[in-house]
Write a protein that binds this ligand. Structure first.
Ligand SMILES: [Cu+2]
Length: 453
């Protein structure tokens, strides 16, 4: 409210000054007083210079004040490999346009002051000057060529698809959400067709006769490992949407009937980004939704839709988490059992593999066996640490390194034999390092034995 009142006062003051100026101008014209006209010129040109100083001060001040919020500055430096290139182009453009802005604004008001109408000064008639025209044509042409060629080069570097990505995921925009799809452990997205789309049953139109679809799962957020090259296949089911990951400088239209893509490598984990933000005072305040936490503690990267696609456009948001490779593998492990095929199609009337045993089911079974042993070993290690049993801690820590290797095999292999071997090896290792579990209740059996005697 105060700002509005202040703004209105400033407008009224400006109107007042202009009206007084006009009245003076009219009076001098009636009196045919040239000196009065020169005085008015001086006043107006002087006010122009004052305005210029204030205006440029406000521009520079707001730039400094909002630096923390500008992409490419402070906490908003890019969190992806190619993002630094985009930020560089932005900053280069900002530099050139900033310099031109300062020079032109200065010249505009300074010239109005310097060449104001004065006694004894006559304006010269200057139709054109070829040299000057050449300068102001060639200088921007050089700068723009530099910017455009640099921009094209950056675009080509970013968009080139060498097929050497580590992970391919898919994002399908629809009114009003993103359907995300991961390829599962075969690392290949299954085929889909729009004619197969069935509300509630097959949202993406996945073709269940394609075995690549069997392990595809549809999570509610994007989780990616840091430092891995990710290709996102971007599609839309209805209207134009836009796949936008601001912190990674990823932005691409989702077009119905025409898949697009974006390849990027995340470089900053969510945890690192939170730590980065925790150093800033404005992120130290309590969170809006959870007052027990600071704002930086609940920070998450996000996927948004950057195409105004209808009334629910605002709700097209998904959380994006960048994690370490180990955390990513653990997340995949969790998600694997949620494969859309396994949870919704397997064993149903529309299951094309109804009578066939599937390798993925064996793989998941073997993986679960390994996981059980690993959890038992981790629990044993925790207990040994609590009991201050140094020898046991050393033994279990060494064993857990071996367990981790077996677990990784069980989590990633496509070969049932390899998975079965990993499960068998894990069982053997568990036998060697874990205390045998006592199954007979010792006290009771002794009592029973003595009664029998
Ligand atoms: Cu949208």
């Amino acid at each position: 409210m105060e700002i509005l009142i202040g703004f209105l006062c400033a407008v009224l003051l400006a109107v007042f000054i202009v009206q007084i100026g006009k009245a003076r101008e009219l009076a001098s014209a009636v009196r045919n007083d040239k000196n009065e006209e020169y005085e008015i010129n001086k006043l107006q040109a002087g006010l122009g210079v004052v305005f210029m100083v204030l205006f440029l001060a406000v521009c520079l001040g707001s730039f400094v004040y909002y630096t923390q919020y500008i992409l490419g500055w402070g906490p908003n430096t890019a969190a992806s490999e190619h993002g630094t290139e985009v930020d560089y182009m932005f900053n280069l453009t900002l530099f050139f346009t900033g310099v031109v802005f300062l020079i032109t604004q200065f010249c505009l008001f300074w010239f109005a002051w310097k060449y104001r109408g004065r006694k004894g000064h006559k304006a010269i008639y200057w139709a054109h000057n070829e040299k000057l025209e050449m300068v102001w044509m060639i200088a921007p042409a050089i700068v723009l060529t530099f910017l455009v060629v640099g921009g094209l080069q950056a675009w080509n570097n970013i968009m080139i698809d060498k097929g050497d990505h580590d992970i391919e995921i898919e994002a399908t925009g629809y009114q009003f959400a993103w359907a995300l799809r991961y390829p599962g452990r075969d690392n290949q997205l299954g085929t889909k067709h729009f004619t197969l789309i069935k509300q509630g049953e097959n949202e993406l139109g996945q073709d269940w006769t394609d075995e690549k679809n069997i392990d595809d799962f549809l999570p509610d957020k994007i989780v990616l490992p840091v430092g891995k090259k990710v290709r996102v296949r971007i599609t839309s089911r209805d209207v134009l949407h836009n796949f936008y990951l601001p912190q990674f400088r990823v932005k691409m239209d989702a077009v119905p009937g025409m898949p697009t893509y974006f390849i990027f490598t995340p470089t900053v984990t969510t945890d690192s980004m939170r730590r980065r933000l925790s150093e800033l005072p404005e992120w130290q305040v309590p969170d809006k939704n959870d007052a027990s936490k600071k704002r930086w503690e609940t920070y998450d990267y996000e996927l948004a839709c950057a195409e105004l696609c209808g009334k629910g456009h605002f709700s097209m948001r998904r959380v994006v988490k960048i994690v370490t490779e180990e955390e990513y593998q653990a997340w995949l492990d969790e998600q694997e059992k949620n494969s859309f095929y396994l949870t919704n199609v397997r064993g149903k009337a529309n299951d094309p593999f109804a009578s066939k045993a599937l390798a993925i089911e064996d793989l998941l079974k073997q993986k679960d066996l390994v996981n059980t042993q690993v959890i038992a070993a981790q629990d044993a290690l925790a207990a040994a640490k609590k009991a201050n049993n140094a020898a046991e801690v050393t033994k279990l820590t060494t064993a857990l390194v071996e367990f981790a290797k077996l677990q990784l095999t069980a989590r990633t292999t496509l070969d049932v034999q390899a998975a079965t071997k990993a499960a068998a090896d894990a069982a053997t290792l568990a036998q060697q390092v874990l205390q045998p579990v006592v199954t007979t209740p010792a006290v009771d059996s002794v009592a029973t034995d003595s009664t029998v005697q």
